[in-house]
Ligand binder design. Sequence first.
Ligand code: JD8
Length: 296
Amino acid sequence: MRIDVVTIFPDYLRPLELALVGRAASRDLVDIQTHDLRAWTHDVHRTVDDSPYGGGPGMVMRPEPWDAALRDIVARDPSRRPRVVVPTPAGVPFTQSYAAELAEQDWLIFCCGRYEGIDGRVVDAWADDEISIGDYVLAGGEVATLVMVEAVTRLLPGVVGNAESIIDDSFAHGLLEGPVYTRPPVWEGRAVPEILRSGDHAAIARWRREEALRRTRRRRPELLDRIELSDADRAVVASTIVAAHGGGDDPPVTGVEDAVTAAGAAGVVEDAVTVAERGTIGDGPAPSGCASSHCS
Ligand code: JD8
């Protein structure tokens, strides 16, 4: 894959020379070229911005340098058509499936805006995708490009060893990963969960699935609506919520069997997740769920 990046801060992309992406480039699995947009200006100040039409704060990137840069870069290989990506907070969300789609292309061009962004006409003329990496405000498209290039590069054939790629990523199976541990077996009085040292691979796989389900329910409950859950999975999910009981008359339910029993007693056994959503059996207050103030 070839990747071109156009920016007024080429040094901002230097991390692409390091670690996984840098190693992929040195093995010719990806060819990454960064370009200084100011090379396509002609005035002595190498101006890339101007005031916004309609007024308002800040400056907007002028269309002419962008168009000149993109024409030039595209003309370097007339046999291929690149996918042109513009990072913007107003874009469609970047996801693992988006990364996978971009990884199938053989040429990507990332256009890194600054200031209030790039003139809308040149974006309309050139962009195949306007993509946001998340709901927070960056100062420009460079960091978003680093994120997307890393996510895409690690999906290219040969970049990550087979053993690792077969191992399911978070999002590949639709659940958050649970915690991981290495030596020592006890650190600062905290022991590694005994099951992981048991050698019982089936039990370990079940435990990991449960940890992933519990963590996903607490931190990213909306992810559970997008995947298929077995009856065993749904019982784990239900017990997780019920354990987060917020203080009604009924006691918190902490085990799978208890959750199912309590749900049954309350006449809602047809959907354990409905009980889960409420967090208590009966009319108690909603569960607090995740302790993080960032978790709604
Ligand atoms: C590109 C300029 C800054 C944009 C005023 C300050 C992506 N998830 C994301 N958050 N922010 C960006 C992003 C921000 C950018 C540019 C991407 C170019 N800015 C701006 C408009 C409003 N500021 C992003 N992907």
